[in-house]
Write a protein that binds this ligand. Structure first.
Ligand code: NDP
Length: 277
């Protein structure tokens, strides 16, 4: 890594990182608000990422996003960690604080909630089904419980859903449910938080839990409908979404932490949709 890093440099660290849309989104924010900043993607080494990220800050980096597979492993380089990052057990945003401290935060959960609110997809006391018990689920459970929703969590490996239920039950109403027991249950919102799409697959849920008014949200995003989105449309859900709004909102919350400006989501969505066509 070069020692001469621009003072307004921001970056996303991951491995692999070639697929990341974060540089497009953040550089669009800078253009929108006329800020003299640059945001780049850095493929960090799986063994030396802590050193590489520390070096980035020592050389003038102002802030960074952290993505797979480092979100849960970045805690040791942080001097201050926000409550929501501690609860999620993952950090996706770093900020250089008072020129020498590194602050670790997590904007995934709040970004997801913001997207649901902007699209009127959620109300207090709604029954929400989360499918999947990995890092993405871990990040969204706390804000949803805090908002006042009832959460049902299921997972192919049921033990992991049970583990998350136990971890989060002190924050609100959360139950775990086996996939085979989902049949005939009624949910306002069903969230696919599995990574099944990466293998061109989908979680095997009973089709009778999807109704015309059931809101179906796949956290995965891409140019086309995912397998889960196609499945939900096939069973007549009229409200089917992908995770692009979450992606933009988590970026917007990071941008806010760094620049104290909350960027225009609609303009960014328009820009990004045209970009990934
Ligand atoms: P993890 O690897 O941490 O967890 C994967 C989860 O998916 C596990 O619960 C796993 O079940 C389940 N799973 C994987 N394959 C299948 C399958 N074929 N059928 C059923 N369940 C399956 O991944 P993450 O939680 O980090 O990511 C999950 C998804 O969320 C990804 O698609 C990712 O792209 C998306 N995401 C989107 C974001 C956004 O901004 N829009 C932000 C973060 C994530 P098991 O425990 O049984 O293995």
């Amino acid at each position: 890594m070069s020692n001469k890093i621009n003072k307004n440099l921001y970056a996303v660290f991951g491995n692999p990182i070639y697929h990341s849309k974060s540089p497009d989104i953040h550089n669009f924010f800078y253009k929108l608000y006329n800020l003299n900043c640059n945001y780049i993607a850095i493929n960090a080494s799986k063994n030396f990422f802590l050193n590489e990220i520390s070096l980035f800050f020592k050389n003038g980096g102002k802030g960074a996003n952290i993505t797979l597979p480092f979100k849960e492993k970045i805690f040791p380089i942080c001097d201050i960690i926000t409550e929501r990052a501690k609860i999620a057990g993952a950090i996706n945003t770093l900020k250089l604080y008072n020129k020498k401290f590194i602050l670790g935060d997590n904007t995934d959960g709040i970004g997801f909630l913001s997207d649901l609110l902007q699209n009127n997809l959620i109300k207090r006391k709604n029954n929400i089904l989360i499918i999947g018990a990995g890092g993405a689920s871990r990040g969204i459970i706390y804000p949803l419980l805090k908002f006042g929703c009832n959460i049902f969590i299921t997972n192919r490996t049921f033990e992991k859903a049970k583990f998350l239920m136990k971890k989060f039950k002190k924050f609100g109403n959360i139950k775990c449910i086996k996939i085979k027991n989902l049949k005939n249950n009624k949910f306002h919102l069903i969230i696919n938080a599995t990574s099944a799409e990466i293998k061109n697959d989908l979680p095997l849920i009973p089709s009778n839990i999807i109704k015309k008014k059931t809101i179906c949200y796949d956290m995965f995003y891409g140019n086309e409908d995912t397998n889960f989105m196609k499945f939900c449309k096939k069973y007549k859900s009229e409200k089917v979404y992908n995770g692009i709004g979450m992606l933009i909102n988590q970026a917007a919350h990071s941008f806010f932490i760094w620049n104290k400006i909350f960027p225009d989501i609609k303009k960014t969505l328009f820009f990004l949709k045209n970009k990934i066509k």
